[in-house]
Design a protein around this ligand. Structure first.
Ligand code: FAD
Ligand code: UDP
Length: 363
């Protein structure tokens, strides 16, 4: 059988492309995935106790992109979920991101919104050129809050000082001069009502789509006839590491189930300064599942293991730029997604990229 398109990787990037090619172009498409399941890192499943867990860490859908929201809404209904995070500092749980509540709780004050603005202005350091994630934090909140909330968390998460990471990392976290304690402020937020895996299954329910699981594409690609490849795996692997390895940050996920209904006060609690893990997620608080037990996940960041986060340092970006030169020369391969483009994309950004790429290839 000949396929017009072969897609490497059944994450959100690959599945969005497969869905569009199969449904809009009515072409046959083969998806090759080395894991035993579809969904990539958004995969969720029921554990032995019957609790729905996110196997690769907590995933919360949030976007301001109406097109992406409408697109995914064809495959799932949503629970109207507004994510909340607490962070454990000096023995107290305070809201993240930093809001008026956070400052008042941290410093045992009772400031108004405008007083908090003044307070942060006094704390903030004057940095002429913002070059790193450390500069971002110091220039917005000053040294004390930087040390309490960002410095050690970031060292744990990335294994380097925030001064070695580009501005994009800590810039993900807003500073709010109001009392909005939601983790994300985006217009559309939610949890797929029946989980991400069900959503992904609905995306690929089309007889034009064939999926080969448990298969590294390199083992089979020579035996497959196709016109174009859409590659969503790591770029360095595609090129047999000819310019050296790209660094990715990995995480060991440690799941624990307790014989009680509730474990913690919020869906996610961050631990910037205590323990080796960065955060604990309690899944029932994301999914609203009712169950007499509860399952949590502790995240232990590490450098070896599955590639989850592209590493935003100067050296890594320079190395990726070498690969990008090769990527531009490919005539039959399109590179897409968090691993292939080496970008710290959220789910919505990956779907947007895939929808845009589809328009390019189909026009
Ligand atoms: P992936 O999901 O990584 O898919 C790539 C697929 O390619 C994988 O399944 C992989 O097995 C496969 N593959 C690789 N090499 C090969 C090969 N040689 N042969 C065959 N298959 C191969 N985003 C949000 O919007 N909200 C969140 O709350 C959020 N939380 C996150 C928490 C964690 C811990 C992590 C790691 C990410 C989180 N994200 C979140 C980001 C989200 O996971 C990504 O944006 C999205 O999954 C990227 O999709 P992708 O298809 O590009 O990559
Ligand atoms: N961060 C931090 N303290 C926190 C939460 C986040 O220093 O309590 C920093 C850390 O460097 C992290 C980045 O902000 O990698 C982005 O946080 P986010 O919650 O977006 O991380 P993700 O969910 O992508 O792992």
């Amino acid at each position: 059988m000949k396929f017009k398109y072969v897609i490497v990787g059944a994450g959100l990037a690959g599945l969005t492309m497969a869905e569009r090619i199969a449904n809009v172009m009515n072409e046959k498409v083969l998806v090759i995935e080395k894991r035993s399941h579809i969904g990539g890192n958004v995969y969720d499943s029921y554990n032995d106790d019957g609790i729905l867990i996110h196997n690769y860490g907590p995933h919360i859908f949030h976007t301001n992109d109406k097109g992406v929201y409408q697109y995914l809404s064809k495959f799932t209904k949503w629970n109207d979920f507004w994510h909340r995070v607490l962070t454990y500092v000096d023995g107290n749980l305070v809201p993240m991101p930093i809001t008026v509540e956070t400052i008042n709780k941290l410093y045992k004050l009772n400031l108004s919104c405008s007083q908090v603005e003044e307070f942060l202005k006094e704390q903030a350091e004057d940095i002429s050129e913002i070059k790193t994630s450390r500069d971002v934090a110091l220039s917005k909140v000053g040294r004390d809050i930087y040390e309490k909330i960002f410095e050690t968390y970031t060292r744990k998460q990335w294994g380097v000082d925030p001064g070695d990471l580009d501005t994009s990392v800590i810039s993900r976290i807003p500073i709010r001069l109001n009392r909005d304690t939601r983790y994300f402020a985006d217009k559309y937020q939610g949890m797929p009502s029946h989980g991400y895996t069900r959503m992904c299954e609905n995306m690929v329910a089309n007889k034009n789509i064939k999926i080969m699981l448990n298969t590294d594409y390199k083992e089979v690609i020579d035996q497959i006839e196709y016109d174009k490849m859409i590659y969503t795996g790591p770029t360095d692997e595609f090129y047999n590491y000819k310019h050296g390895k790209l660094s990715y940050r990995s995480i060991q996920f440690q799941f624990e189930t307790f014989d009680k209904e509730e474990f913690q006060e919020a869906p996610v609690v961050n631990y910037p300064n205590d323990y080796d893990y960065t955060r604990i997620t309690e899944f029932k608080k994301l999914t609203w599942q009712e169950h007499k037990k509860t399952t949590i996940c502790k995240e232990f960041p590490c450098s070896e293991g599955e590639p989850y986060y592209p590493f935003p340092t100067k050296d890594c970006k320079a190395r990726f730029a070498l690969y990008e030169e090769d990527m531009k020369k490919e005539e039959n391969v399109l590179f897409l997604g968090r691993l292939a483009e080496y970008r710290y994309y959220n789910m919505d950004a990956v779907v947007r990229r895939a929808l845009d790429l589809f328009l390019e290839v189909s026009s």
